[in-house]
Design a protein around this ligand. Structure first.
Ligand code: SF4
Length: 364
């Protein structure tokens, strides 16, 4: 565990909270940056944060773009350490992860803050708003997940989700380490907008990631998310070498749902590994975007296009299209029957289709 300093202005426990310390933590990971700032200007050091490609220079008393990392007297703090805006026991299919312990449950928790500004954000109240939070220490988070197992729920671990998990990096790191020691799995549901160094430091404790690739053009990222595409692709490529990865793309009407773009997305993913599941998700108007919902025909065509290169392509947020089941790529046998977030898993525990023997890429 990192050796964090605790700031002077500790607050008391939050209601329902954990082990009783203020959650803000000195950012130990980026010590070198703090020291550089201190040497440069001891009175008013502008701190650089290295978590994500924004590399915010943060003036004293100010916060970075994500609104949660703050320069306090020349030191960088994670102000949302352990501050949970939501937590609960979710189906794994809700992350969505369809090829990682299908049909199981996972204790899911999220904080506040995000380093992108997607106009269509589906979680904007917690990513960009100021929701009430409850302090949950890493120890308490792991204990809570363990308790679900002891009660007989098929809970396999913890998912850091709802807001961008790399925005409470230190907390996720500490909790994931404890969870791993307790024999639990760790899952990140992330926009992938993170720098290589913190990603590689986190990955040894991570078992699975669902990474949003919001589009396959840099122009989309610039215009709609205030970000860039390349770091996200790099995250997926690095993560795939170390843990289970699935990709989600929200197809936004008229913006990123053209067949050529879907074909390029699928081609890139197939180049990594054609067995990586791709979730094409239906967009609905939200936050700052009021374009009409993605037409079902567009989703169905996009799936057909992607299936030319990938073995597993699903459609989310459109149950009427019945494209959430897992079928054998060899003989089309139904292997996992999904209704909503419920999954009925067939006999694939041996890692092969019971019909034709084809290898099935599912972690269980
Ligand atoms: S994590 Fe936040 S403070 Fe750090 S670089 Fe990214 S947006 Fe800026």
């Amino acid at each position: 565990m990192h050796n964090y300093a605790v700031p002077d202005n500790n607050r008391s426990n939050r209601a329902g909270g954990g082990l009783g310390r203020h959650p803000a933590r000195l950012v130990a990971h980026w010590k070198n940056i703090s020291e550089t700032g201190g040497k440069t200007n001891l009175q008013h050091p502008a701190l650089g944060c290295q978590v994500c490609p924004r590399l915010c220079n943060i003036s004293p008393g100010k916060r970075g773009f994500c609104r949660v990392r703050e320069n306090r007297d020349g030191k960088l703090y994670a102000t949302n350490y352990g501050e949970c805006s939501s937590y609960g026991l979710d189906p794994m299919e809700k992350k969505p992860l369809y090829h990682f312990y299908p049909g199981s449950l996972i204790f899911s928790l999220g904080s506040v803050g995000c380093n992108l500004r997607c106009g269509f954000c589906q979680n904007w109240q917690i990513a960009h708003g100021n929701p009430a939070t409850t302090y949950l220490s890493p120890e308490r988070a792991v204990e809570t997940a363990m308790r679900q197992k002891e009660r007989g729920y098929p809970c396999v671990g913890l998912a850091y989700t709802y807001n961008e998990p790399f925005m409470w990096y230190e907390y996720v790191y500490d909790t994931a380490m404890l969870a791993r020691e307790a024999g639990l799995k760790n899952v990140l549901v992330t926009n992938g907008y993170v720098n290589e160094e913190p990603l590689k430091e986190m990955l040894p404790y991570i078992d699975a990631m669902n990474i949003d690739v919001k589009a396959f053009t840099d122009e989309f990222y610039r215009s709609n998310c205030a970000g860039r595409l390349a770091p996200v692709l790099s995250t997926a490529e690095i993560a795939h070498r170390q843990c289970h990865v699935e990709i989600t793309t929200l197809l936004v009407t008229g913006l990123n749902d053209g067949p050529e773009e879907v074909e390029r997305l699928a081609g890139w993913l197939a180049g990594l590994d054609p067995e990586i599941p791709l979730h094409l998700s239906r967009y609905f108007p939200n936050y700052n975007m009021d374009l009409p919902p993605t037409p079902p025909d567009t989703l169905a065509r996009a799936r057909e296009t992607a299936l030319q290169k990938l073995r597993y392509v699903y459609i989310g947020n459109a149950p009427e299209l019945r494209a959430a089941n897992t079928r054998c790529p060899g003989c089309d046998k139904l292997l996992i029957d999904r209704r909503g977030y419920n999954a009925l898993v067939g006999d694939i525990s041996g890692g092969a289709c019971p019909g034709c023997g084809e290898r099935i890429a599912v972690v269980m």
